[in-house]
Design a protein around this ligand. Structure first.
Ligand SMILES: [Zn+2]
Length: 502
């Protein structure tokens, strides 16, 4: 029976097959249609996904925009509440560079070494001098206004502790000073790598101007300098000498610095009754000493900063320069007193100002004069366009304005006779005084501290973009204070920019 059933089923199969084959085209057509629909659906889903992504991006951008605008209004409200209308208004000029409101990338406070692989001294950090009082007037009260020196905008430094100086404004005399400063071998290392640590000559070890060469001289260097110097100062251009055949800087120095000779010829030399004794500390190329000797028969002596200048003073003018200046352990290597001591750019660099002024006063005749020049006025970065951080190279340890310098000198026993600001530099003539001086008023002190803090914020905002990351954590606060103080502002399109200094 089972066999019969099986046979009968087999007999029906062709029929089923025929039915199936007749329906197949329709089935195929159905399948094709379904595939089309599926394809269309897939494309639609993809498009929807794209739209969703775009909407999400837009939402994100809108949220950021909204957040930034809210921040902008908050910042502007902050400024309005401080009521400094003179900082805003249509006449303020903005820099071209846009500043970010937030910083996403941090940069560690780390530096590559200087000195071409030479190991830096003082790995244990012992050669730092911490000042607990003002190095000029001795007053203790102060406000730290800026932790850093110029290394924060450089890639290289002796080590990772070198950037921190903790500059403070003294509440009494008003100078600003590095309350943490390098001494000993740490300081000497920086002086030896002068070009690199000051960021001069693009931070290279080489300095092209032979008059300002800070490095030790080889015998070949000496021979070359002597040969160049043998042409003298007054090399006339009609001779057609190439600039590599003589020292063009000697005559430039005469023209540039004759202003100091004029001042001293007018205010000091007429008082000399006998042959005056003059000491020039850190002369540039000898213009002042040579002039005082030529015009007034002065007996002149010098203390040079570099070997190159020591050699040139001797070769060009026959002026003896004993030793090289030690900014840390300053001493005057001459006997007796001087009627005039001239010092160029020394107060700013002095590691121990008390020691420097003690040595000067010890060698100053009772009615002698001290003449300071090339001492930068801090107005250069408080009011002018200079960045305070760029100004504070690691060898610059004191900064001051005219009044602070006068007070600080008063505290050191010197009275100002004549002071003049020229090209953001002080020219200051002083003589032994009564030691009397008056500290700043509270109003002046507060204004000075605020000016320094604002200049610090401005310098941070003005950092080249690659160094901003060192201030990532503080950036929002710096932006907020910057806008409030009128250091930065938004342009018509809501972009944050620095306000140019007038
Ligand atoms: Zn002071």
């Amino acid at each position: 029976m089972a066999v019969l059933r099986r046979l009968s089923a087999l007999a029906r199969m062709p029929l089923q097959l025929a039915r199936f084959l007749s329906a197949a085209p329709a089935l195929v057509e159905d399948a094709r249609r379904s595939a089309k629909v599926a394809g269309r659906l897939e494309r639609r889903v993809e498009k929807l996904q794209q739209e969703l992504r775009a909407a999400r991006d837009e939402g994100r951008a809108l949220r950021k925009e909204l957040r930034d605008r809210l921040l902008q209004y908050n910042l502007l409200l902050g400024r309005l509440s401080r009521a400094r209308p003179e900082d805003a208004g249509p006449d303020r000029a903005l820099s071209w560079r846009e500043l970010p409101l937030h910083l996403d990338e941090r940069r560690e406070m780390e530096w590559e070494g200087v000195g071409g692989g030479e190991a830096p001294p003082d790995p244990e950090g012992r050669e730092w001098l911490s000042l607990d009082r003002c190095p000029m007037c001795g007053h203790e009260a102060r406000t730290i206004v800026n932790p850093f020196n110029k290394f924060v905008l450089m890639d290289k430094a002796p080590d990772n502790t070198s950037a921190r100086y903790d500059f403070a404004v003294c509440h009494a005399c008003g100078i600003s000073y590095a309350s943490r400063r390098p001494v000993g071998s740490r300081y000497r290392f920086m002086l030896r790598h002068f070009g690199e640590v000051t960021g001069k000559a693009g931070g290279d070890a080489e300095i092209k101007n032979p008059l300002l060469n800070p490095y030790a001289l080889s015998d070949a260097d000496r021979d070359r300098l002597k040969q160049l110097a043998s042409r003298g100062v007054w090399v006339s251009e009609h001779l057609g000498l190439r600039k590599t055949e003589y020292l063009e800087g000697l005559l430039k120095d005469r023209f540039d610095n004759s202003v100091h000779l004029d001042l001293l010829s007018s205010l000091v030399a007429p008082q000399w009754r006998t042959k005056a004794r003059v000491l020039e500390i850190r002369p540039r190329a000898g213009t002042i000493s040579e002039g005082l000797r030529r015009l007034f028969g002065a007996d002149v002596h010098a203390m040079a900063i570099w070997e190159s200048q020591q050699l040139l003073l001797q070769e060009v003018y026959g002026i003896e320069s004993r030793g090289l200046i030690d900014f840390d352990q300053f001493d005057i290597p001459y006997e007796g007193t001087f009627d005039l001591i001239v010092a160029q750019h020394m107060v700013m660099h002095s590691v121990r100002p008390d020691r420097f002024f003690a040595a000067v006063l010890q060698h100053l005749a009772p009615d002698g004069h001290l003449y300071l020049y090339n001492e930068p006025d801090d107005a250069e970065f408080l009011q002018g366009g200079q960045s305070m951080l760029a100004h504070l190279n690691p060898l610059h340890l004191q900064t001051f304005d005219q009044r602070s310098l006068a007070r600080a000198l008063g505290a050191r026993g010197l009275d100002v006779v004549f002071i003049k600001r020229r090209n953001f530099n002080h020219m200051c003539l002083a003589r032994r005084g009564s030691g009397g001086w008056t500290p700043m008023t509270a109003e002046e002190r507060d204004a000075r501290i605020r000016a320094y803090e604002t200049a610090r914020d401005r310098a941070v905002l003005a950092l080249p973009p690659e160094f901003r990351g060192r201030f990532a954590a503080q950036w929002p606060e710096v932006v907020a204070r910057g806008v409030a103080e009128g250091v930065a502002d938004f342009d018509a399109d809501g972009r944050l920019k620095l306000v140019r200094q007038r």
